[in-house]
Every structure is written in structure tokens, then in C-alpha cells.
Design a protein around this ligand. Structure first.
Ligand code: ADP
Length: 235
């Protein structure tokens, strides 16, 4: 199990960049915690998360998963434990069911997944209206005789997919795109609720959400300039 992620003196520079995007960061994330990462655009939030997930390699410093340097951890094993919803997530022009099953670890799991479990998750992310009699075969995309989803619905479907993957840790990089703020807050709240017993890391620009998390990391110019609970930061 994933019990702790620790980061020591982490710095990162994009190839060909003049300066560091991540500057000497120390942090730790414990099992079961819900963490929000906030900060201005360009402060390095997405880059930090991609480093924590081993998608990028650190320039300096170390990231350890349960005390083992991430560079020594098999990525395939790691990603069995972590579900990541990136800003670049995609909904494919396949059926609704195929889209939902995409993140699962193997075929056995897909076969074992009960219909009621999938229906419950779709309901919990606010997509009950997609549960028609033949919902499993519903195609996504008008050009395939299917349905067209709104930006908010695509977001909800992507969240349903990572909830069904049922990993110990979930990481969400909130898109800053076209969803209206009320819907967005609602989707995030649902996501936090559904991830209660998991380790969760959420990049968000919605400060209101921070009352619902255990700890907040505030980023500025590649550093964590403040961290703590919502009350601690207010104080
Ligand atoms: P945030 O998520 O806080 O908006 P990012 O981590 O996306 O910040 O970006 C931090 C900085 O790194 C920005 O200045 C951005 O331009 C730069 N950056 C992001 N991705 C790349 C890349 N692939 N190559 C070079 N620079 C990048």
C-alpha cells in the first residue's frame, strides 16, 4: 500500500528553460490525506504533480514513495495505485461503458465490475440522466448516432472513470476551462466526497473548496510559500 510520499529539496527545470520551474520543495503526503494545491497560473502546480507521479524526472532532489526513490519504482506498479485525472483527459468516441472501463487494470476487473456499481457511480457524479435502458451501448458522439456531451458532462464522466478505477490515491488537475463555476464547485465537492477514504491531491483555483480538505499547499514561483489547514492559513 501507498503509505507516504516524501519530497526532499526537489527542483525541476524544463529542458532548454533558463530558470527552474520547481524550486527546492520539501513536502510529505500521508495515506488518507486530502490535499489541495493552489496558486497563480504558472506557479508550477501541474509540474509538481507530474513530478510526484513520476511523469517528469526531477532535476535535483528526491521523491520517495514509502521510502523508496521514485526512480527505482516500476511505473506500472505505481499506476496500479494511483488514478490521475489530468487536464488533457479524453473522452473517446466509443460507447459510454467502454469510456468508463478504460482506466481499469485488466480485463478480469472489467468483467467483474457489477452493473449496479457503475450505475451508482454515474448517479453520484450527477450523470443519472445517461442511464437509459440501453445505456451501456450508448455511443458518445453525434456522428456515431450517439449523444453529445457538454463540457461539464465530459468532466463528470472523466471523474466517474477514475472513481471506478478505485485506486488508493487519486490526483485531479482541475481544468480551468468552460464549465460554469457553480457546476465546477459541485463536481469538485462530489469528487472529494467520493475520495474520502483515499489519499487525494487536487489542484484547484477554487479557494472555497479548501475548507473541505485536510491541508493546503500554496504555490508561488515554483515554491510552496505556505501550507497548512484552512484555519491555519486564515490565521
Ligand atoms: P500551473 O499548473 O501552476 O499553472 P505549470 O506547472 O503548468 O503551472 O507551469 C509552470 C511554468 O512552467 C510556467 O511558466 C509554464 O510556462 C512552464 N511550463 C509548463 N509546461 C512546460 C513545458 N512543457 N515546457 C516548458 N515550460 C513549461
Amino acid at each position: 500500500p501507498l503509505s507516504e510520499i516524501t519530497v526532499q529539496a526537489l527542483s525541476f527545470k524544463y529542458p532548454n528553460a533558463d530558470s527552474y520551474t520547481i524550486n527546492d520543495i520539501d513536502l510529505s503526503i500521508h495515506s488518507g490525506e486530502t490535499i489541495a494545491i493552489v496558486g497563480e497560473n504558472g506557479s508550477g502546480k501541474t509540474t509538481l504533480v507530474k513530478l510526484l507521479l513520476g511523469i517528469y524526472h526531477s532535476t535535483k532532489g528526491a521523491i520517495c514513495i514509502n521510502g523508496v526513490n521514485i526512480e527505482l519504482v516500476c511505473r506500472q506498479d505505481l499506476y496500479r495505485h494511483i488514478a490521475f485525472l489530468s487536464q488533457e483527459h479524453t473522452i473517446y468516441k466509443l460507447t459510454l461503458l467502454e469510456n468508463l472501463m478504460m482506466g481499469l487494470k485488466d480485463e478480469n476487473e472489467t468483467t467483474r465490475m457489477s452493473e449496479s456499481r457503475i450505475q451508482n457511480v454515474l448517479e453520484s457524479v450527477g450523470l443519472k440522466k445517461l442511464l437509459t435502458d440501453s445505456w451501456q451501448d450508448t455511443n458518445i458522439g453525434k456522428e456515431f448516432g450517439g449523444i453529445e456531451l457538454s463540457g461539464g458532462e465530459i468532466q463528470r464522466l472523466a471523474i466517474a472513470r477514475i472513481i471506478l478505477k478505485d485506486c488508493e490515491m487519486v490526483v485531479l488537475d482541475e481544468p480551468t476551462s468552460a464549465i460554469d463555476p457553480i457546476q465546477e464547485a459541485e463536481i469538485l465537492t462530489q469528487f472529494i466526497e467520493l475520495s474520502r477514504n483515499k489519499t487525494s491531491v487536487i489542484i484547484t483555483h477554487r479557494i472555497g473548496i479548501c475548507t473541505q480538505v485536510d491541508r493546503i499547499f500554496v504555490m508561488k514561483q515554483g515554491c510552496i510559500c505556505e501550507s497548512g489547514s484552512h484555519e491555519e492559513l486564515l490565521a
